[in-house]
Every structure is written in structure tokens, then in C-alpha cells.
Design a protein around this ligand. Structure first.
Ligand code: SF4
Length: 211
């Protein structure tokens, strides 16, 4: 059996204080605490153990001290690289499994990545597509070919050599990965890429040569 450090570190306290003590720290359906790893453009990036259901705004602006150097919030990846992105208008939601699923994202690893307005969304998309293209083991075709093609198209956009259909092509490729692979890495790649293309399409279109 394999467990991560977060799970193991909870066990002594649950044994000492009881399961109800732990569960009462969170929400009735999503009990306990979660370790939120906050990174990106915040004043106090770090690890925060907080009750499940703590608002994302509270995590960013209270615990992590708010935006660094007067920067403005643009987007948040709420649960690690595989979690679909949220816009700045979507941060008044509780950080628990159901609430994030309700807005089409997920709590995932609870690694909160805070992105400011000066950060190019194409850079975010590049980081995601490069990571998954590298991580694909190549066993199934949609993931192997799809992540590689997406990464090539994103690189082309970054060089200023994008083509008219590129954003739709990325969406088509990611849609053909989603739900069609042997392991969850396929969805983990497709979902954040789809959300970035859908929520920040206009910004991405600004990288096309004709724009
Ligand atoms: S979905 Fe999983 S099994 Fe299929 S190629 Fe990607 S990493 Fe390998």
C-alpha cells in the first residue's frame, strides 16, 4: 500500500483524537484538513494546512498575503498542473472536492498556482503542454500523439508562426485525448489545456500573426 506524506502525517492525530475530531475540521461531506501548497505571484508562497472548504480567495489573500508587488490576479490553477484553470472571477469558492468539481475543475494535489495579469497565458499553456508531452509514456495513441502535437502547435504559436486554425486544433486534439486513454494522465493533460483554450481564447488569439 502506498500513501503520501500528507496522509501519513494525519494518522497520529486521528488515532489520538478520533476520526470525528478530524472530520469536524472540514465540511460535513468533505471533512478534515488539506495541505495547500501556494506558489506563484503571492507575497507569502508556502504550505498551508487549512480546513477543507476554506475559500480560495482566503488562501490567496489572507494566508499567502495577497498579490506580490501590487500585481493583479489573472488566473489560478487550484489543484496542481492537471486541474483546469480558474479565472480571477472564480476564486470565491470553497476549496473542497465538490465545489471545484462544480465549476469544472478539481482539488487534485491542492497545489494552488497563482498567475498574475502580466504573465502570458501562452507561457502557462506552454508549461502544461511541454510537461505532459514529456510525461506521456507512449503506450496509447491519443495521449502519445495528442500531447506531442499540442506541444508542437504551442511552440509554433510562441515563435509567432501560429496558423489560423491552431487554437481549434489544440481543442480538437485535447478533446480526442479526454476519456480515450489507458491511464488518467490523458485526462490530466487534456482538461487543463481545454480550460486554458476556452477561458483565455482571446488572449491566445492575440499570438496569431494576423492579430
Ligand atoms: S494515457 Fe497513460 S498509458 Fe496512455 S500514453 Fe499517456 S501516460 Fe501512457
Amino acid at each position: 500500500m502506498i500513501n503520501n506524506v500528507e496522509t501519513l502525517s494525519n494518522i497520529p492525530f486521528i488515532v489520538m483524537n478520533g476520526a470525528d475530531w478530524f472530520l469536524k475540521k472540514g465540511l460535513p461531506k468533505d471533512g478534515g484538513t488539506r495541505i495547500f501548497g501556494v506558489s506563484g505571484m503571492v507575497k507569502r508562497p508556502g504550505i498551508y494546512e487549512l480546513p477543507l472548504g476554506t475559500k480560495l480567495r482566503t488562501i490567496i489573500f489572507d494566508h499567502a498575503g495577497g498579490m506580490k508587488d501590487g500585481k493583479q490576479l489573472k488566473a489560478v490553477i487550484p489543484g496542481g498542473m492537471s486541474a483546469p484553470i480558474l479565472t480571477a472571477d472564480e476564486i470565491d469558492l470553497p476549496m473542497d472536492f465538490d465545489s471545484l468539481a462544480g465549476v469544472g475543475s478539481m482539488l487534485g494535489s491542492a497545489a494552488v498556482i497563482v498567475i498574475d495579469r502580466e504573465t502570458s497565458i501562452l507561457d502557462v499553456l506552454s508549461a502544461v503542454s511541454k510537461f505532459y508531452s514529456h510525461e506521456s509514456c507512449g503506450q496509447c495513441t491519443p495521449c502519445r500523439i495528442g500531447t506531442s502535437w499540442i506541444n508542437k502547435i504551442v511552440k509554433r504559436l510562441a515563435r509567432g508562426e501560429g496558423e489560423e486554425d491552431d487554437i481549434d486544433a489544440i481543442i480538437r486534439l485535447a478533446s480526442n485525448i479526454k476519456g480515450k486513454t489507458l491511464c488518467p494522465l490523458g485526462d490530466a493533460a487534456a482538461l487543463p489545456i481545454l480550460s486554458i483554450c476556452q477561458k483565455f481564447r482571446r488572449e491566445l488569439e492575440g499570438y496569431l500573426p494576423h492579430a
